[in-house]
Design a protein around this ligand. Sequence first.
Ligand code: CTP
Length: 404
Amino acid sequence: MSFAGKHIIVGVTGSIAAYKSALLVRELVKRGAEVRVVMTPAACEFITPLTLATLSGSDVVIDMFPADRSKGTWHIHLGVWADLMIVAPASANTIAKLAHGFADNALTSLALAIRCPMVIAPAMDTDMYLHTATKDNLDILRRREVDIIQPESGELASGLTGPGRLPETHVLMHAIERHFRAGDNDLRGMAVLVTAGPTQEPIDPVRYIGNRSSGKMGFAIAEAAALRGAAVTLVSGPVALPTPEGVTRIDVESAREMHDAVMKYYDVQNICILAAAVADFTVSTPAEQKIKKHSLGSGGMQLALDRTPDILAGLGERKGDMLLVGFALETENEQENALRKLKEKNADMMVLNNPRVEGAAFGSDTNVATLLFADGEHEELERMSKAQLADIIIDRALIALRKR
Ligand code: CTP
């Protein structure tokens, strides 16, 4: 996406990750944005203003009180000028000040003067990030609709390991892109149905057969589609995720319930994306009461299982003009198996991933996928955030739909 004509403020605070702001500024300028950088005094300990001034092609704002006294209202002008402000990295100290409305330096003053959306990318040591004070401050900002980019987990400058790392530039870029995309509305007038999460097949009232799906991929797709203007129905198995804004969510537990919900809503959809990890088998006769082990004697126990309905195949049989996207989770002969599923289930596109590949594990915020298309084409994608992958899946689905 080109950022030509977009006015973006990059705020930089005192964090060891401040050097990465240079990469962000360079990328934004490369994509055509006009960039102004504002730094806290602490940020200047980590990266020189000259670097960021050179890359942005503009003076960097650091002083609240510029030498030229006629420019005393700079923050108001810049606040009106900006289409988006991103603070990356955002230190614990600056997050606290933003949460409580302090205006004691150029960055925090500007943050109060902007009229545009704000994105922040916290980066700090794990203990500071996990501290209740920081969590509370981030909650305050979230309630104010500040877009908070989750820090990545990994080894930190201190040698400790945990969440707190500033994500790679492409993740920051994607978060920015999403804000501009929301105005794009390229899915306006379309209905999109997404399935997400695991299913749970009851054994008795307290136990079930389930799987490790977190639902993050499906939720990211639902969120991306809603941001791009679609009317989104999200049929979700049991997950611990908040409903993305503007999305109609239907909660289900078992494969049968998911099947019935999808069949109720499918015929008005333009695109169906089935990201759920649906159980292939369900317990034939779940016990009505909790199974007591003494009732089973001293030996083991056998469960009789029945096949569940295949939702993707069911939609494939009656898809009409709808574009159908499935997921394939494979650990061996990946492409061959996924292609077979695509054909057998009459899908238009399959998103193939292998949970054993680094960056594609269950519950991870990133994924490594290959897209397979009904015409035999395939596209191997690098490791990226699930939010980014969600937009690419939608982009490709739209292209396939327009080709018809
Ligand atoms: N799927 C579905 N209903 C099922 C099983 C799977 O709709 N009962 C969908 C999934 O949501 C996914 C695709 O089918 O989009 C592939 O799921 P997967 O479990 O990988 O494939 P299976 O067909 O179940 O094959 P296998 O378990 O043999 O890999």
